[in-house]
Design a protein. Structure first.
Lengths: 357, 357
DNA sequence: TCTCCCTGAGAAAACCTTTTCCCAACCGCC
DNA sequence: GGCGGTTGGGAAAAGGTTTTCTCAGGGAGA
């Protein structure tokens, strides 16, 4: 794509001048001590009179001295930066996750490099090389699918790697959502509400989470002695929600019992299901309860009625991943393996109140 | 929030060992030359026999040598990193923008620090201080609103700053979308299609873009000799789209002419408008055309019919911001001011075909 | 008064790379 | 053989900080 036309409204002022940061050497010279003493004064190390220490500190303060992190990193062999790889350009999943990572690390003084690798191996390698050159302390890999690998190998980089919401290398540490647990939350909630015929409309069979959730769905129904209806699989779209309702509720024989609850694989499908039910004059939640997945707030709150949905706690997942990387970087040992974080059910109005409530 | 329960599935393998990167000194020693010669060999500088150069290069290759970017940065007084500040946790606007920034910079070897500052001045200052310590070459500020300032002052940091899709400091360089131009695209498109009574349903009056778009709407109608209907302002929600349709189409006197087109302030409102029209049996686009704003793909493609919408070209905006920062960092002068980037109309099926088509 | 120890602070090395300057050897030419 | 020029390569400083080692001076005890 070429450059695009730009309409400029120039102001008449000058841009900010670029000034050189003040160095420890200057602070030391002005305070009348050596750089060694100045360094120790500012870091609370070494021995010196209290007067000397405060004089140096005040000088540094007055000059606005900030230690050069590059020099410190060089010496300490630790850059206090990490790389965050993602292929989720759209960001519905990765942005909360990234925010969680950033939150967990900023207080430790660690900054996060954002690496958008798309699904392009060349781009991914470019970013990984840049991270290696910049001597990041570790790497977090994240993606838009829990069962797909990023297009790059992070196994033998010589620095710790953590996977979050993406397919890990073997022997790596990974954090993922507990999709089966999340599905259990939803279906058990329906059971508690007294729903007896609970359907499941989900995404494509090529997604691992679809099977994990469907399996949990079957288990919970079996545990509660309820009939299992074979899950309907299709695209992750509103349109599929509409079509699924057609399949479930427009049965031509008329004799088949209709569902009184639909557990959907994501919020878009749920949105389609709710709209399709309303168009048929079927009351939600009175006649049919609906629960979605992802708790995509802007969608869940726009459905009529607002959608109950399973939240994968992605920000918390990002935070855990950040903390785990931190401890790995700190040299603490950690067992490889996959950590599943629990989901939570966000109850709104599409699933109905308990019978006793 | 406390730590959450984690279900672990440990594997039995060992985590990857951490190995020290190889330095130029080691390469030089093994190749039997001095570090100076090794450096020059790898950078194509200096004079030496071709044999020496290739021997050094092969040694470096074999050892997997990667120059330490921290040391280079220290020397060059340039870190090849920039900070990207955002307060858009949700990311609908900032993620495409960030991807654009990253794209523009990665090829120049510049990496991007992601700083999620929420709307918290303390957090923002924390991140800015970290960026200063890490000696970023520049800062890009971005947000979720074009008319709100980030909770931190970037004016006298001593490094270049660029604003993208957020309110700039005076005398700064900023890139924003041309909202008036975008609105013109939409309304002029309706005019070309022969629509005569074009309504405008937009967001809250507290948003600057609402006024910019409404003004352009009025201008285009005036230029085309069409009646101006006072824009309806409300929240940025589907529900408001429904209510606006009620106001526009359920007029009690029955004599008032109904709109044959609705230009909406965002895609969620447009979605509400389309749904409400369908519920009234009003055909879209045959009887009423609808155009949205933001081109939020997942919403625009899920409306029935798919929504024509104004795209703000946020990825391109991010790319321009990245390139501008790069040239500023390179020392090239640039006039302060606000650069407006054109929007583009993404035509789907909600606005109708031209009369002759 | 001499020695020992402690205090306060500085010198210098280290981290890793780039770049400028310098030097030794060699060549050809007169 | 002396000389200027070229060629191949090295020494050292620079960038900013931390840390270890060293040292001068002073007080106290013998």
């Amino acid at each position: 794509m070429g450059r695009i036309d730009i309409q400029i409204m120039a102001s008449d002022a000058q841009p900010t001048p670029v000034k050189q940061p003040v160095t420890l050497r200057e602070v030391a010279a002005i305070a009348g001590v050596s750089v060694a003493t100045a360094s120790k004064a500012l870091n609370g190390q070494g021995r010196m009179t209290a007067e000397t220490r405060t004089r140096i500190r005040e000088t540094a303060q007055r000059l606005g001295f900030r230690p050069n992190s590059l020099a410190q990193s060089l010496l300490r062999r630790r850059s206090f930066t990490v790389g965050l790889l993602t292929n989720d350009t759209y960001g519905r999943f990765s942005l909360p996750l990234m925010a969680g990572v950033s939150d967990a690390l900023v207080d430790a003084g660690v900054s996060v490099f954002l690496c958008n690798v798309e699904d392009d191996p060349r781009l991914a390698q470019l970013h990984v090389d840049a991270m290696l050159d910049k001597r990041v302390d570790g790497i977090i890999a994240t993606g838009k699918r829990i069962d797909r690998h990023l297009p790059v190998d992070l196994a033998n980089l010589g620095i710790p790697a953590i996977y979050a919401f993406t397919e890990p290398d073997p022997n790596a540490i990974a954090f993922v959502s507990d999709d089966a647990g999340g599905a259990r939350l939803a279906v058990e909630h329906f059971c508690r509400l007294g729903r007896r015929r609970i359907a499941h409309v989900s995404g494509p069979a090529s997604f691992a989470v679809v099977h994990a959730r469907a399996e949990a769905y079957r288990e919970v129904l079996a545990e509660n002695g309820l009939p299992v209806m074979e899950p309907l699989l299709g695209p992750w779209s509103e349109a599929w929600g509409h079509e699924a309702v057609r399949k479930l509720f427009d049965g031509d024989d008329g004799t088949r019992e209709k569902p009184d609850a639909v557990f959907c694989g994501n919020d878009q499908i749920a949105r389609g299901v709710i709209d399709a039910l309303r168009e048929r004059g079927i009351g939600v939640p009175d006649e049919v309860g609906v629960i979605g997945f992802d708790n995509w707030q802007i969608v869940a709150e726009a459905t009529r009625p607002p959608l109950t949905s399973v939240d994968m706690n992605l920000a918390a997942l990002g935070r855990e991943a950040g903390l785990a990387l931190l401890s790995l970087v700190g040299g603490e040992p950690a067992l490889p393996g996959i950590r599943k974080l629990p989901c939570r059910l966000v109850v709104r109005q599409s699933c109905g109140r308990p019978p006793d409530g």
